[in-house]
Design a protein around this ligand. Sequence first.
Ligand code: ATP
Ligand code: MG
Length: 598
Amino acid sequence: MSAPNPASTGLSRTLIARQPYPHRHHNIYRATMSAPNPASTGLFINGTRETGQDVRTGNVTAALAVANIVKTSLGPVGLDKMLVDDIGDVLITNDGATILKSLEVEHPAARVLVDLANLQDSEVGDGTTSVVIIASELLRRGNDLVKNGIHPTTIISGYRSALKAAVSYIKKEMVVHVDNLGDEHLMNAARTSMSSKIIGKESDFFSKMAVDAVKSVKMTATAADVAGYEAMGSSTSATSNKHKYPLSAIHILKAHGKSSMESHLIDGGFAINAMRAAQGMPTMVESTPEAPVKIAMLDMNLQRHRMGMGVQVIVKDPAEIENIKKREMDITKERINKIIDAGAKVVLTTKGVDDLCMKYFVEAGIICARRCVREDLKRLAKATGGRVVTTMADMEGNEAFDADCLGACDSVREVRIGDGEMLYVYGCKGHGASTIVLRGANEYMLDEMDRALHDSLCVVKRMLESNTLVPGGGAAEAALSVHLDDYAHTIDSREQVVIQEYADALLVIPKTLAVNAAKDASELVAKLRSVHAKGQHGDDDPSLKYMGLDLIEGSIRDNLKAGVVEPAISKIKSLRFATEAAITILRIDDRITLNAAQ
Ligand SMILES: Nc1ncnc2c1ncn2[C@@H]1O[C@H](COP(=O)(O)OP(=O)(O)OP(=O)(O)O)[C@@H](O)[C@H]1O
Ligand SMILES: [Mg+2]
C-alpha cells in the first residue's frame, strides 16, 4: 500500500482527527494583514486553504485509514473489533457500519466513507464492509492515476462507464433467477451473510430462524413497492406475486442467560419485556371461539383522580371530606370501567398504574402491565390492529374509551425467561408480527447476535423481493474484473487505463478474503481470474462463471453449488455506492477550512 497506514499507530476513536496530514497548509491573507484592506480585493479568506494534489492525497490517506480499520473483518474468517469509548463502554462487533459509526471520525473525506457504510446499511443491510473496501481501493487507484498525469475528470467519467458496464454485466450474465425461491436458496443466502459473524458457527439454526421470521411477516405489496423491485432488477415473475416483507414487524428481544441455541422464534406472536403489575392477575387469557382477546394500549398514567393544583375547596363539615374522597375514587373507577366495558382483557401502558387502579383490574381478571416501552407498544398496535391511546378525553370534555382502539389476538401469556418474565402475545390479528427471542451469555454477545441477525433478515427480505442471486466468495468480483478488462480494450480513449484500474480494484475483495483466511492471496486470485477468463472466452462450461474462493481449503470451487450466494441487489448497490463515494472524493481539489468566528 502506497499510503502510510495510520491504523498501525494504534486504534483510537479519535484516530482520524489526530492524524497529522502529510501536506502543507497555505495561509492566505490572514485577518492581521495590513493595508490594502484584503476584504476589498475579494480574496480574503479567514481560514486555511489546501489545493490540488495536496488535498487529494490527504483525503485519500484519510479514507484508506478508515478502510484499513474494517479490512480485517471481511469474510467468513474475518476477525472482530473491540471498541472502548471514553466512559469504558465496550462494543465487540464484526459489522462494518457499526465499527465506523462508533469511531468518531472527524476528517471530512473519511466521513464520506462512514456515511457510505451507513447508506449501505440502511439500503441493503449487508455488505457494509465490502462497500468501504471497494471505495477506498477505487480512491487509491484514482489518486495514483492523477499522479501519473491523468486528469480527474477523465478518471471520473472512466469510473462511471466502468460502473455502467459492470452493472449491466451483473444483470445480464451473473444473476441467477430463481423462480419460486425455495427455502434452500434463502437459507444459503442467510448463511453466507452470517458466516462472518458470531452466530456463524450455528448458521444452520439461525438461517432457518431468519427465513421463517421474514416469511411470517409477508404482506401484499403496493404498486409503488413493485415498481421499486423492478428498478432493482428483479425478475418479472417475482413482481407478479407482489408481496413485501416489512422487517419492522420482526421484533428482536434479548434475554440474558442460556445458550444462543436456545433462542427462539414466536411465529405470529409478539413478546413484550414487561410483567403483570400484580400477583392477583391471571397469568394467561385465552380467546373464546366468539371473541378474540382484546388489548388496550395506553400512553397515560392510570391513577387515582386528584383535584387539580391550586383548586381550593372550603369544607365546613368533616363528613364532606369523606364524600370528596369517595367521589375521587368513583371517578377513577368510572375511568377504569370504561376501558373494561370496551372489552379489554389486557391493558398495557407506557406509564404508571397505581394500587387503586390495580385493584379494579385484579377484580375484573385483567392482565395489566406498566412501564412498557412506547416503541414496542406502537409496533404491537400495528401487529394487533389497534391504536395507542394517549388520552380518554373527547371533544366535549367527557371521558370515553373507543373500542376501535383495542387490538386483538388469540392469547396473552406470561412466560418466565431467564431472570424475568415476559408477556407473550400470540396470534396477532392485525398486520402480523413475529418476535425472535435471543438468548446468550452476555450483553456484548446478545448485541452482536442482534446485528448479525439483522443483516441476515435484510438479505432474506431482498432475496424474496427480487428473486435474484449472485455467487459470493469473490466470484462476482472476479467475473466483473475479467469482463471489464476486456471491455477496456474496446475503448480507444484515455478512459481505457481508468477502466482497467477499475477492473483491478474489484479484485480487492477476493484478495482481502484470502488474506484474512491466511491463504496465498496472489496465487488464489490469479487462479480465479484465469478460470473466469476461460469461462468468458469460449469455454462452454456454464459453471465456470460461478467459481469463487473456498476459504477453508484455500482453493477454488463452484460457489453457487456450495451455497455461498448473495442477493444480486446487494452487489449492484454496493458497486454503485462505492463508485459514487469515490467520485465524490476525487472531485475535490480545494479544501478551505474557515476559522471559527471570534
Ligand atoms: N463460506 C464462504 N466462502 C467464501 N466467501 C464467503 C463465504 N461466506 C461469505 N463469504 C464472502 O464474504 C463477504 C462478506 O463478508 P462480511 O459479511 O464480513 O462483510 P460484509 O457483508 O461486506 O459487511 P457486513 O456484514 O459487516 O455488513 C462476501 O464477499 C461473501 O461472498
Ligand atoms: Mg455480511
